[in-house]
Design a protein around this ligand. Structure first.
Ligand code: CP
Length: 309
Protein backbone atom coordinates (compact mmCIF):
# COMPACT_ATOMS: atom_id res chain seq x y z
CA UNK A 1 0.00 0.00 0.00
CA UNK A 2 1.21 3.55 -0.81
CA UNK A 3 2.31 4.82 2.59
CA UNK A 4 2.48 8.58 2.10
CA UNK A 5 0.58 11.51 3.55
CA UNK A 6 1.43 13.63 0.50
CA UNK A 7 2.35 13.26 -3.16
CA UNK A 8 5.01 15.90 -3.76
CA UNK A 9 7.37 14.47 -6.36
CA UNK A 10 8.70 11.32 -7.99
CA UNK A 11 12.34 11.93 -7.03
CA UNK A 12 12.03 9.33 -4.24
CA UNK A 13 9.22 7.20 -5.72
CA UNK A 14 9.89 3.47 -5.95
CA UNK A 15 8.99 1.11 -8.78
CA UNK A 16 6.47 -0.56 -6.44
CA UNK A 17 4.77 2.74 -5.56
CA UNK A 18 4.52 3.85 -9.20
CA UNK A 19 3.23 0.43 -10.24
CA UNK A 20 0.53 0.58 -7.54
CA UNK A 21 -0.59 4.03 -8.72
CA UNK A 22 -0.67 2.93 -12.39
CA UNK A 23 -2.52 -0.31 -11.56
CA UNK A 24 -5.11 1.69 -9.59
CA UNK A 25 -5.38 4.20 -12.45
CA UNK A 26 -6.09 1.29 -14.82
CA UNK A 27 -9.07 0.34 -12.64
CA UNK A 28 -10.23 3.98 -12.55
CA UNK A 29 -10.02 4.19 -16.35
CA UNK A 30 -12.19 1.10 -16.65
CA UNK A 31 -14.78 2.74 -14.35
CA UNK A 32 -14.73 5.91 -16.46
CA UNK A 33 -15.03 3.99 -19.73
CA UNK A 34 -18.05 2.17 -18.27
CA UNK A 35 -19.61 5.57 -17.48
CA UNK A 36 -19.14 5.07 -13.72
CA UNK A 37 -18.50 8.55 -12.38
CA UNK A 38 -20.07 8.27 -8.93
CA UNK A 39 -17.59 6.19 -6.97
CA UNK A 40 -17.61 6.13 -3.16
CA UNK A 41 -13.89 6.17 -2.30
CA UNK A 42 -13.74 9.81 -1.08
CA UNK A 43 -17.32 10.13 0.18
CA UNK A 44 -17.44 12.57 3.09
CA UNK A 45 -13.97 13.98 2.30
CA UNK A 46 -13.07 17.50 1.21
CA UNK A 47 -10.45 18.55 -1.31
CA UNK A 48 -9.40 22.15 -1.87
CA UNK A 49 -7.75 23.14 -5.12
CA UNK A 50 -5.33 26.02 -4.66
CA UNK A 51 -3.77 27.23 -7.91
CA UNK A 52 -1.36 30.17 -7.94
CA UNK A 53 -0.66 29.65 -11.67
CA UNK A 54 -2.78 29.16 -14.78
CA UNK A 55 -3.94 25.70 -15.78
CA UNK A 56 -6.50 24.02 -17.99
CA UNK A 57 -5.78 20.29 -17.87
CA UNK A 58 -4.43 19.77 -14.36
CA UNK A 59 -6.93 21.89 -12.46
CA UNK A 60 -10.01 20.52 -14.23
CA UNK A 61 -8.84 16.91 -14.07
CA UNK A 62 -8.09 17.12 -10.34
CA UNK A 63 -11.54 18.61 -9.81
CA UNK A 64 -13.23 15.92 -11.89
CA UNK A 65 -11.17 13.19 -10.21
CA UNK A 66 -12.11 14.30 -6.69
CA UNK A 67 -15.79 14.72 -7.66
CA UNK A 68 -15.97 11.32 -9.38
CA UNK A 69 -14.66 9.81 -6.12
CA UNK A 70 -17.44 11.50 -4.14
CA UNK A 71 -15.47 14.31 -2.44
CA UNK A 72 -16.66 17.84 -1.82
CA UNK A 73 -14.40 20.11 -3.88
CA UNK A 74 -13.55 23.77 -3.27
CA UNK A 75 -11.62 25.88 -5.79
CA UNK A 76 -9.49 28.81 -4.70
CA UNK A 77 -7.87 31.04 -7.29
CA UNK A 78 -4.86 32.85 -5.77
CA UNK A 79 -6.08 36.23 -6.98
CA UNK A 80 -9.33 35.88 -5.02
CA UNK A 81 -7.83 34.41 -1.84
CA UNK A 82 -6.36 36.11 1.22
CA UNK A 83 -2.92 35.44 -0.28
CA UNK A 84 -3.63 38.57 -2.34
CA UNK A 85 -3.89 40.43 1.02
CA UNK A 86 -0.47 39.19 2.11
CA UNK A 87 -1.36 35.96 3.98
CA UNK A 88 1.58 33.53 4.05
CA UNK A 89 1.45 30.02 2.64
CA UNK A 90 1.87 28.60 6.16
CA UNK A 91 -1.09 30.59 7.49
CA UNK A 92 -3.15 29.62 4.45
CA UNK A 93 -2.36 25.96 5.21
CA UNK A 94 -3.38 26.36 8.86
CA UNK A 95 -6.62 28.05 7.81
CA UNK A 96 -7.51 25.26 5.39
CA UNK A 97 -6.68 22.68 8.09
CA UNK A 98 -9.02 24.45 10.51
CA UNK A 99 -11.76 23.93 7.93
CA UNK A 100 -11.08 20.17 8.14
CA UNK A 101 -9.86 19.74 4.58
CA UNK A 102 -8.60 16.25 3.81
CA UNK A 103 -6.60 17.18 0.70
CA UNK A 104 -4.94 20.32 -0.62
CA UNK A 105 -4.05 20.26 -4.31
CA UNK A 106 -1.61 23.02 -5.08
CA UNK A 107 0.12 24.55 -8.11
CA UNK A 108 2.65 27.24 -7.28
CA UNK A 109 5.30 29.18 -9.25
CA UNK A 110 7.94 28.56 -6.56
CA UNK A 111 9.72 25.21 -6.54
CA UNK A 112 9.30 23.61 -3.10
CA UNK A 113 6.11 25.47 -2.12
CA UNK A 114 4.03 22.24 -1.76
CA UNK A 115 6.79 20.77 0.45
CA UNK A 116 6.41 23.71 2.84
CA UNK A 117 2.62 23.39 2.81
CA UNK A 118 2.87 19.63 3.47
CA UNK A 119 5.09 20.30 6.51
CA UNK A 120 2.56 22.53 8.21
CA UNK A 121 -0.76 21.07 7.01
CA UNK A 122 -2.49 18.04 8.48
CA UNK A 123 -4.26 17.60 5.14
CA UNK A 124 -2.62 15.50 2.44
CA UNK A 125 -0.90 17.73 -0.12
CA UNK A 126 -0.75 16.90 -3.83
CA UNK A 127 1.74 18.82 -5.95
CA UNK A 128 0.04 19.95 -9.17
CA UNK A 129 3.27 21.56 -10.43
CA UNK A 130 5.79 23.65 -8.46
CA UNK A 131 7.90 26.08 -10.46
CA UNK A 132 10.64 24.31 -12.38
CA UNK A 133 10.79 21.46 -9.86
CA UNK A 134 8.24 18.66 -10.39
CA UNK A 135 4.82 17.80 -11.78
CA UNK A 136 4.40 14.25 -10.49
CA UNK A 137 0.84 13.52 -11.65
CA UNK A 138 1.74 14.64 -15.19
CA UNK A 139 4.59 12.12 -15.32
CA UNK A 140 2.33 9.42 -13.86
CA UNK A 141 -0.31 10.03 -16.53
CA UNK A 142 2.42 10.00 -19.17
CA UNK A 143 3.66 6.65 -17.86
CA UNK A 144 0.11 5.26 -17.75
CA UNK A 145 -0.38 6.26 -21.40
CA UNK A 146 2.94 4.64 -22.40
CA UNK A 147 2.24 1.47 -20.42
CA UNK A 148 -1.17 1.09 -22.05
CA UNK A 149 0.41 1.23 -25.50
CA UNK A 150 3.49 -0.94 -24.91
CA UNK A 151 2.29 -3.13 -22.03
CA UNK A 152 5.41 -2.24 -20.01
CA UNK A 153 7.79 0.62 -19.24
CA UNK A 154 11.09 -1.16 -18.65
CA UNK A 155 13.49 -0.88 -21.57
CA UNK A 156 11.50 1.83 -23.37
CA UNK A 157 13.52 4.57 -25.05
CA UNK A 158 11.80 7.87 -24.30
CA UNK A 159 13.04 10.89 -26.30
CA UNK A 160 12.22 14.23 -24.68
CA UNK A 161 12.83 17.24 -26.91
CA UNK A 162 12.25 20.83 -25.87
CA UNK A 163 12.66 23.26 -22.99
CA UNK A 164 14.13 20.84 -20.43
CA UNK A 165 15.54 23.57 -18.19
CA UNK A 166 12.23 25.16 -17.24
CA UNK A 167 10.27 21.91 -17.34
CA UNK A 168 8.93 20.26 -14.19
CA UNK A 169 7.36 17.63 -16.47
CA UNK A 170 10.79 16.57 -17.79
CA UNK A 171 12.17 16.14 -14.28
CA UNK A 172 9.24 14.11 -12.95
CA UNK A 173 9.31 11.92 -16.07
CA UNK A 174 13.05 11.40 -15.67
CA UNK A 175 12.68 10.26 -12.05
CA UNK A 176 9.61 8.12 -12.69
CA UNK A 177 10.78 6.50 -15.93
CA UNK A 178 14.23 5.75 -14.50
CA UNK A 179 12.60 4.07 -11.51
CA UNK A 180 10.58 1.94 -13.96
CA UNK A 181 13.66 0.92 -15.98
CA UNK A 182 13.16 3.12 -19.06
CA UNK A 183 15.91 5.12 -20.78
CA UNK A 184 15.29 8.87 -20.95
CA UNK A 185 17.05 10.79 -23.72
CA UNK A 186 16.99 14.57 -23.77
CA UNK A 187 17.73 17.15 -26.43
CA UNK A 188 17.49 20.94 -26.32
CA UNK A 189 19.56 24.03 -27.11
CA UNK A 190 22.52 24.26 -24.68
CA UNK A 191 20.78 27.17 -22.95
CA UNK A 192 17.72 25.04 -22.17
CA UNK A 193 19.52 22.07 -20.58
CA UNK A 194 19.85 22.28 -16.78
CA UNK A 195 23.34 21.59 -15.45
CA UNK A 196 23.68 18.14 -13.89
CA UNK A 197 20.58 16.58 -15.48
CA UNK A 198 22.78 13.79 -16.88
CA UNK A 199 23.92 13.00 -13.31
CA UNK A 200 20.24 12.49 -12.45
CA UNK A 201 20.03 9.74 -15.07
CA UNK A 202 19.24 11.49 -18.37
CA UNK A 203 21.10 10.53 -21.54
CA UNK A 204 21.97 13.88 -23.14
CA UNK A 205 22.02 13.70 -26.94
CA UNK A 206 24.00 15.85 -29.34
CA UNK A 207 21.52 15.92 -32.22
CA UNK A 208 17.84 15.50 -32.94
CA UNK A 209 18.71 12.41 -35.00
CA UNK A 210 20.58 10.74 -32.11
CA UNK A 211 17.63 11.52 -29.81
CA UNK A 212 14.89 10.15 -32.03
CA UNK A 213 16.72 7.17 -33.58
CA UNK A 214 14.91 3.98 -32.57
CA UNK A 215 12.85 5.79 -29.90
CA UNK A 216 9.63 4.25 -28.57
CA UNK A 217 8.23 7.56 -27.33
CA UNK A 218 8.73 11.01 -28.85
CA UNK A 219 7.76 13.64 -26.30
CA UNK A 220 7.73 17.34 -27.14
CA UNK A 221 7.91 19.91 -24.37
CA UNK A 222 6.45 23.39 -24.44
CA UNK A 223 8.73 26.36 -24.87
CA UNK A 224 7.97 28.15 -21.61
CA UNK A 225 8.10 31.73 -22.74
CA UNK A 226 6.68 32.89 -19.39
CA UNK A 227 9.58 31.38 -17.43
CA UNK A 228 12.59 32.34 -19.44
CA UNK A 229 14.55 35.47 -20.07
CA UNK A 230 14.82 36.46 -23.74
CA UNK A 231 17.84 35.06 -25.54
CA UNK A 232 17.80 31.30 -24.99
CA UNK A 233 17.42 30.74 -28.73
CA UNK A 234 17.48 33.12 -31.71
CA UNK A 235 13.86 32.87 -32.93
CA UNK A 236 10.82 30.61 -32.72
CA UNK A 237 11.19 29.76 -36.44
CA UNK A 238 14.78 28.62 -35.95
CA UNK A 239 13.80 26.75 -32.78
CA UNK A 240 11.07 24.93 -34.72
CA UNK A 241 13.51 24.00 -37.49
CA UNK A 242 16.35 22.72 -35.28
CA UNK A 243 14.55 21.46 -32.17
CA UNK A 244 10.93 20.94 -33.25
CA UNK A 245 9.66 17.53 -34.40
CA UNK A 246 8.18 17.21 -37.90
CA UNK A 247 6.86 14.31 -39.95
CA UNK A 248 10.31 13.53 -41.41
CA UNK A 249 11.90 13.42 -37.95
CA UNK A 250 9.26 10.93 -36.81
CA UNK A 251 10.52 8.37 -39.34
CA UNK A 252 13.67 8.00 -37.20
CA UNK A 253 11.65 6.55 -34.32
CA UNK A 254 10.45 2.94 -34.13
CA UNK A 255 7.51 2.06 -36.42
CA UNK A 256 5.16 1.63 -33.43
CA UNK A 257 6.41 4.75 -31.60
CA UNK A 258 3.94 7.14 -29.99
CA UNK A 259 3.95 10.95 -29.93
CA UNK A 260 3.27 12.70 -26.66
CA UNK A 261 3.17 16.25 -25.27
CA UNK A 262 2.00 17.37 -21.82
CA UNK A 263 0.28 20.45 -23.28
CA UNK A 264 -0.43 23.18 -23.79
CA UNK A 265 1.28 22.85 -27.19
CA UNK A 266 2.72 25.75 -29.17
CA UNK A 267 1.43 24.35 -32.47
CA UNK A 268 4.12 24.51 -35.15
CA UNK A 269 6.94 25.16 -32.66
CA UNK A 270 7.64 22.01 -30.58
CA UNK A 271 5.62 19.77 -32.91
CA UNK A 272 4.20 20.51 -36.35
CA UNK A 273 0.41 20.44 -36.70
CA UNK A 274 0.78 17.22 -38.73
CA UNK A 275 2.66 15.54 -35.87
CA UNK A 276 0.16 16.73 -33.23
CA UNK A 277 -2.74 15.31 -35.27
CA UNK A 278 -0.84 12.16 -36.39
CA UNK A 279 -2.44 8.75 -35.85
CA UNK A 280 0.45 7.95 -33.51
CA UNK A 281 -0.32 10.96 -31.31
CA UNK A 282 -1.48 10.10 -27.78
CA UNK A 283 -1.94 13.71 -26.66
CA UNK A 284 -5.70 13.42 -26.11
CA UNK A 285 -5.28 10.02 -24.43
CA UNK A 286 -2.83 11.70 -22.04
CA UNK A 287 -5.57 14.12 -21.03
CA UNK A 288 -7.97 11.23 -20.33
CA UNK A 289 -5.25 9.35 -18.42
CA UNK A 290 -4.87 12.49 -16.28
CA UNK A 291 -8.28 12.04 -14.67
CA UNK A 292 -7.67 8.33 -13.94
CA UNK A 293 -4.21 8.94 -12.47
CA UNK A 294 -5.45 11.75 -10.23
CA UNK A 295 -8.34 9.55 -9.05
CA UNK A 296 -5.79 6.82 -8.25
CA UNK A 297 -3.51 9.19 -6.31
CA UNK A 298 -6.39 10.60 -4.28
CA UNK A 299 -7.77 7.14 -3.52
CA UNK A 300 -4.43 5.70 -2.43
CA UNK A 301 -3.52 8.71 -0.25
CA UNK A 302 -6.99 8.53 1.29
CA UNK A 303 -6.65 4.79 1.99
CA UNK A 304 -3.40 5.53 3.85
CA UNK A 305 -4.98 8.42 5.82
CA UNK A 306 -7.84 6.15 6.88
CA UNK A 307 -5.41 3.38 7.88
CA UNK A 308 -3.57 5.83 10.22
CA UNK A 309 -6.72 6.73 12.19
N1 CP B 1 0.18 19.72 -18.60
C1 CP B 1 -0.27 20.72 -17.80
O1 CP B 1 0.15 20.88 -16.64
O2 CP B 1 -1.24 21.49 -18.36
P1 CP B 1 -2.00 22.70 -17.66
O3 CP B 1 -1.00 23.80 -17.44
O4 CP B 1 -3.11 23.08 -18.61
O5 CP B 1 -2.53 22.21 -16.34
Amino acid sequence: MLKRKDLLGLIDATKEEITEILDTADVMKRHLKAGEKQLPYLKGKTATILFYENSTRTRTSFELAAKYLGATVINIAAGSSSVAKGETLVDTGKTLDAQLNDFLIMRHPMGGAPYLLAKVAKAGVLNAGDGMNEHPTQALLDMLTMREHFGHLDGLKVAIVGDIKHSRVAKSNLFGLNAMGAQVRMYAPETLIPKGIDKLGAKLCKSKEETLEDADVVMGLRIQLERQQAGNFPSLNEYAEFYGVNGKDLKLAKPNAVIMHPGPVNRGVELTGKVIDHEKSRIEEQVFSGIAVRMACLKLLNDYRDSCK
